[in-house]
Ligand binder design. Structure first.
Ligand code: SF4
Length: 61
């Protein structure tokens, strides 16, 4: 699984970076995801962050 953040949609609420800091981090006022594969043991948390993002800025594939 890979995760990505649409910087045009992100409102910088820091929810994803706060809940899955090994995958998401804040770059100024927007979040960004690690470029490589999401570690298998974090996939469930990343899926949760994706669902909880208030502006649906996170994509997983
Ligand atoms: S949860 Fe969504 S809006 Fe909030 S920082 Fe992460 S990507 Fe941005």
């Amino acid at each position: 699984m890979k995760a990505s953040v649409d910087a045009d949609l992100c409102i910088g609420c820091e929810l994803c970076a706060g809940t899955v800091p090994d995958v998401f981090s804040m770059n100024g006022s927007v979040a960004e995801a690690i470029s490589g594969d999401v570690p298998a043991d974090l996939e469930e948390e990343v899926t949760g962050a994706c669902e909880e993002c208030p502006v649906e800025a996170i994509s997983v594939n």
